[in-house]
Design a protein around this ligand. Structure first.
Ligand code: ZN
Length: 296
């Protein structure tokens, strides 16, 4: 479908007794693309990569074609804020304030995502469902490791019991993305105590997502492995990509919104260059073009 574009793989499943849903994604290609665009350090690849994966999974469960979800961490960590935006097909874009921040490994010998994101602040999830106002949910960051925070968001803001696993494996020498992915399991209202205790037993045995991906498991196999003992059927699947929706028109609209005075000041410069935070595309405006925006 997207010729020449590297794709992720995403699946959404439901248990045949309609007690829970499971989504999983292989976002290796998406996070690799992100790493090339932002030249992220290892820990920033993990922080933004996990956030992109979560956004893609949440986005894929949105119903409307033009619905979007924004997942934003403002935790006052070393890497600044981390933002990912997904559409309803799971196509994502994202950015991180300080993409080259390097941090020592944490006490477990892992990339220290919690210190990059920080734990002094909030996770905000904005769902734009085409209504007058977007739905905004905000929870205090509990771990800064992303997955636990996504679980906390769903528990507090949407009252949905959720299990989330996310992982990005980065080559320590080349900084290349070896694999990336994640899953989200959510209980449906019909789930009784029996289902909950069965799920808890499954959780105890869950391997890290990256371990399953390295074994070559597909998202569907990850769902079936994580939910061993549950009978699952596929609801739908998707091939999301890293995609930005910026355009000259959108940049012009943003410039116009800064107001006439700001535009007159910009017009003093030989040229005005605007760089997209999500894809680094540059938009250049001459003083004449800036002045013409005032008339718009
Ligand atoms: Zn862009």
């Amino acid at each position: 479908m997207y010729k020449g574009v590297k794709m992720g793989f995403l699946v959404r499943m439901i248990s045949t007794d309609a007690t829970l849903t499971a989504m999983a994604a292989d976002t290796t290609d998406i996070v690799s693309e992100m790493q090339k665009i932002h030249n992220t350090s290892k820990v920033c690849s993990a922080a933004l990569g996990r956030t992109l994966t979560a956004a893609s999974l949440i986005g894929s469960s949105l119903k409307g074609k033009d619905d979007t979800v924004t997942v934003r961490f403002n935790g006052n960590g070393k890497a600044g804020s981390v933002i990912a935006v997904s559409d309803s097909d799971g196509n994502v874009r994202g950015c991180i304030s300080e993409p080259r921040v390097e941090l020592p490994l944490n006490s477990k010998g892992k990339l220290d995502v919690a210190s990059a994101i920080g734990t002094d602040g909030f996770l905000t999830v904005i769902k734009d469902l085409g209504l007058k106002e977007p739905y905004i949910g905000q929870v205090p960051i509990v771990s800064g490791e992303v997955a636990e925070d996504i679980t906390s968001y769903f528990a507090i803001s949407e009252q949905i019991p959720t299990v989330c696993g996310l992982g990005v494996l980065v080559d320590p020498k080349t900084e290349e993305i070896i694999c990336s992915g994640g899953f989200i399991i959510q209980l449906l209202p019909y789930a009784g105590e029996e289902v909950i205790s069965k799920l808890e037993k499954c959780i105890e045995k869950i391997e890290p997502v990256t371990t399953m991906l390295v074994k070559g498991m597909t998202p569907e196999e990850i769902c079936r492995t994580v939910l061993d003992g549950f009978e699952l059927e596929v609801l739908d699947d998707a091939s999301p990509v890293y995609r930005c929706n910026c355009s000259r028109q959108r940049v012009e609209a943003a410039l116009i919104s800064t107001g006439e005075q700001a535009l007159r000041e910009m017009a003093q410069d030989e040229k005005t260059e605007v760089t997209c935070h999500f894809c680094n595309k540059k938009y250049v405006f001459t003083p004449e073009q800036i002045l013409s925006l005032i008339r718009k």
